[in-house]
Design a protein around this ligand. Structure first.
Ligand SMILES: Cc1ncc(C[n+]2csc(CCOP(=O)(O)OP(=O)(O)O)c2C)c(N)n1
Ligand code: SF4
Ligand SMILES: [Mg+2]
Length: 278
């Protein structure tokens, strides 16, 4: 009998057994909170990886019904198509303001924004700074890939010095365009900033540390002590004109020179003592 002639049940049974006929043990699977559809992201784009991390955390913390995300404008504009939680779309750069309204109305929900650097650091920088300065109890997830990915690679506020984009074909010239803006360092001194960290997902250790940082930020939200910002150094194979593998090297060798990974503001021990009860 050819494989085409077998029933679906036969094929499923064959897939579920390894070559010596014993059942496979599931060691990894996508979180149930990540909607099982094809994503529109380019191959190798870190947006899809960070979506998965967020949804893993929400599943592991069992807070799917208690979490509300705010999607931005940018390549991740359709985040709500992938994250199986309540989500609101915000107009250009307004995610932190929208999240403020949601959190104030529903203070017991976990509220986060998911924003790129064009969205957060250009058109939305005012909302971002004011929300953090007010100490809104939200999590801002900031994906910094140094480029307007969605609109085909224009210079963003975080574009590296010398980096070529469609609007800086000769490379970013700091005499003309200014310096790449370091959002995390800029907002960390604000009194409303509770936890600010920069992480990267270009290797396995980075993915683990990023997940831990996001987990911490979700947990800290219960304390109601201020804004958490987790910056994640992103990539953009399409507009960087690199393969995904080349991007991992570029993140390590170039992006991290300007945007070093590590914690920038940590909560004080006394602020964390009530975390278990909160
Ligand atoms: C001057 C300007 N304001 C607003 C927009 C609207 N807009 C379209 S895409 C985008 C952000 C895209 O970049 P980013 O947030 O870095 O997300 P990425 O696509 O890189 O993930 C914005 C603000 C625009 N294109 N140009
Ligand atoms: S254009 Fe860049 S940021 Fe956008 S999906 Fe493609 S790789 Fe990702
Ligand atoms: Mg970007």
């Amino acid at each position: 009998m050819t494989i085409e002639e077998r029933s679906n049940i036969d094929i499923i049974q064959e897939k579920d057994n390894n070559i010596i006929g014993e059942p496979y043990e599931t060691v990894y699977q996508k979180p149930g909170t990540l909607i099982d559809v094809d994503m529109h992201y380019c191959p190798g784009c870190y947006h899809s990886l960070v979506h998965k991390l967020l949804m893993e955390i929400i599943e592991e913390m069992d807070i799917q019904e208690q979490t509300i995300g705010v999607a931005p404008v940018g390549c991740s504009v359709f985040a709500y198509d992938y994250m199986d939680i309540d989500m609101q779309q915000a107009a250009h750069g307004r995610a932190a303001a929208v999240a403020t309204g949601i959190k104030r109305l529903l203070p017991d929900k976990y509220v986060f924004t998911y924003q790129g650097d064009g969205d957060l650091a250009a058109i939305g920088i005012a909302e971002t700074i004011h929300a953090i300065n007010r100490g809104e109890n939200i999590l801002i997830v900031f994906i910094n890939n140094a480029v307007y990915g969605m609109t085909s690679g224009q210079m963003a506020p975080t574009t590296l010095t010398g980096m070529q984009t469609t609007t800086s074909p000769a490379g970013r010239d700091t005499n003309i365009h200014g310096h790449p803006i370091k959002i995390s360092e800029l907002v960390a001194p604000l009194p409303g900033a509770f936890y600010v960290t920069r992480q990267a997902v270009n290797n396995a250790n980075g993915v683990r540390r990023t997940k831990k940082a996001l987990q911490n930020a979700f947990n800290y939200q219960r304390l109601k002590k201020g804004t958490c910002l987790v910056e994640i150094v992103g990539n953009c194979p399409s507009n960087w004109k690199m393969t995904p593998i080349e991007c991992t090297g570029f993140v390590e060798e170039q992006m991290m020179k300007t945007f070093p990974v590590g914690d920038i503001k940590l909560p004080k021990a006394e602020d964390l003592k009530n975390l278990k009860e909160a």
